[in-house]
Design a binder for this molecule. Structure first.
Ligand code: ADP
Length: 488
């Protein structure tokens, strides 16, 4: 009998313990899907304040990990818990590094100044932990820049360590724009040999240290979270300066679309909803719309299209082009509900919109997962005009909740949303190619007109969305194929 494939996932955020974005959703769901397919999964992550306060019973496993960070010895206690009875999660308890209100920095002061210390420690500490608990996985699956030093350490400091012989790495890029860039002066924090590694063909990037670049060079296999984005990042437009490195490793670079957790996102069971519904009872969805309108002091009328948006307020998410047309947009016969946090200038703009259109706009400048569910269930349309989008989860959740996505055709949005064809009555949303406020405006208008004038087509769009399958099972199988490729 073939032995179980053992995978250690390493991520700086994991649902339900700590989340700032889609990465946490992925590492919260994928391990469970992989376990169902017969793999043995464990996870490592930092024990942030958010984790300690999340109400989970974390057990001190009585193991301590010691790692040299710069000229200091740092240590963490290891805590652990089990998710769904099958996935063991290890938490690095280092009070000074992780017991903070935020994960990476604050809105006022930007990134924490010691992020290189925090994540070098986490990366090397993970390898030390494996030795301490004598657990040798076949694959270490690393996610984003915070874990990017793991493949580098394995092929440098640990290359002759027999414990890691045969252990392979997969590095998943969730967002190439965040690379983990630090000043050259901090190089000694990593514990790596500067002469060997601080060169333009390794970790040096325009005279700075670039952790992501290290992973792109040293990981055995690479992937991003959609096929579309895997193609796009080979170009100058989307490659964020790393397109050259990626082209060199093109034969090891794959795209696997994210799924969503169908238990977590389920309009038939969702406790936050006023009324549950499914594909056979979509007329019940309107009860959620009514409640959302009521709770947000919007005019209660199911015939007015309600446009939802749940997002980080950043230019990546298309806030710059939305900003240019939002007032004009609000003159249409629509309602708009936004949930998001991010750049101060967009907070300001959205507050102005609320003041100017009190019965048509609802603005929530916060992070609120419960409200998010109410919006997914209550809105008619969902806006994601991203400049670039590695995968995007909002559009997938929207499809599941019978919300019609309006998206820019890029990355994962391009792979999952098919433009409505009014003649053939096909598609599951509305898409546009050119990144401009005019195209955004005309696409929203196209959707609004369809909503008002062609109820039958609208119903088709909703049904097409709700009948799609973006559960994790399919993508988890593709990840197993990647693990097998790495082990070959
Ligand atoms: P990102 O680039 O931010 O990771 P994704 O679309 O991949 O974008 O994932 C975003 C996830 O975070 C989705 O699950 C979305 O519902 C959620 N989200 C984003 N902003 C908020 C918010 N302000 N409140 C609650 N959930 C949010």
């Amino acid at each position: 009998m073939k032995s179980k494939l053992k995978v250690l996932m390493v991520s700086s955020e994991v649902v339900p313990f700590a989340k700032t974005g889609g990465l946490a959703d992925v590492v919260g769901s994928l391990p469970l899907a992989l376990s169902k397919l017969g793999c043995e999964l464990r996870i490592a992550m930092p024990k942030y304040k958010m984790v300690s306060e999340s109400g989970f019973n974390l057990l001190n496993i009585d193991k301590e990990v010691n790692v040299k960070v710069g000229n200091t010895m740092q240590k963490a206690k290891i805590f652990s818990t089990k998710v769904a009875g099958v996935v063991t999660v290890y938490f690095f308890d280092h009070h000074e590094y992780y017991d903070r209100d935020q994960l990476y920095g604050t809105t006022q002061e930007g990134d924490y100044k010691d992020n290189l210390n925090r994540f070098s420690f986490f990366a090397r500490g993970t390898l030390e932990l494996l030795k301490k608990i004598d657990y040798k996985p076949h694959i270490i699956h690393c996610h984003d820049w915070q874990t990017a030093l793991i493949p580098v350490y394995l092929k440098t400091l640990y290359r002759d360590d027999p414990f890691f012989e045969g252990v392979k790495t997969l590095f998943t890029i969730h967002n190439l724009a965040y690379q983990g860039i630090f000043p050259e002066e901090e190089f000694n924090i990593t514990g790596l040999d500067k002469e060997e590694l601080f060169t333009p063909d390794k970790l040096e990037f325009w005279e700075k240290i670039n952790l992501m670049k290290g992973a792109l060079i040293y990981a055995d296999i690479l992937n991003t979270v959609s096929r579309g984005y895997a193609q796009e990042i080979l170009t100058q437009e989307y490659g964020c300066g790393l397109e050259g490195v990626l082209k060199e490793r093109k034969d090891k670079l794959y795209g696997v679309i994210n799924g969503i957790d169908y238990k977590e996102w389920d309009p038939t069971m969702d406790k936050e909803l006023t009324m549950s519904y499914d594909i056979n009872t979509i007329e019940r969805k309107s009860k959620n719309k009514k409640a959302l309108q009521q709770e947000n002091n919007l005019t209660v009328d199911e015939n007015i299209p309600l446009l939802g948006m749940i997002t980080r307020l950043s230019a990546q998410k298309g806030l710059d082009i939305l900003d240019e047309i939002i007032e004009e947009l609000m003159e249409l016969d629509i309602q708009f509900i936004l949930l998001g946090t991010g750049e101060a200038k967009y907070h300001e703009k959205m507050k102005q919109i609320k003041e100017k259109f009190p019965s048509k706009a609802a603005i929530h400048l916060s992070f609120d997962p419960k409200l998010a569910k109410k919006i997914y269930a209550g809105a008619d349309m969902f806006l994601m005009p991203s400049r670039y989008e590695p995968c995007g989860l909002g559009q997938l959740i929207s499809l599941r909740y019978g919300n019609v996505p309006i998206v820019r055709a890029t990355g994962g949005l391009k792979d999952t949303i098919i433009n409505f064809n009014p003649v053939k009555k096909t598609g599951n949303g509305f898409t546009f190619e050119e990144y401009s406020s005019q195209m955004l405006y005309s696409t929203i208008k196209r959707a609004v007109e369809t909503f008002y004038k062609d109820k039958e087509s609208w119903r088709r769009l909703v049904l097409n969305g709700m009948s799609a399958d973006f559960s994790w099972e399919h993508s988890a199988k593709e990840y197993i194929e990647l693990y097998e490729k790495a082990l070959k």
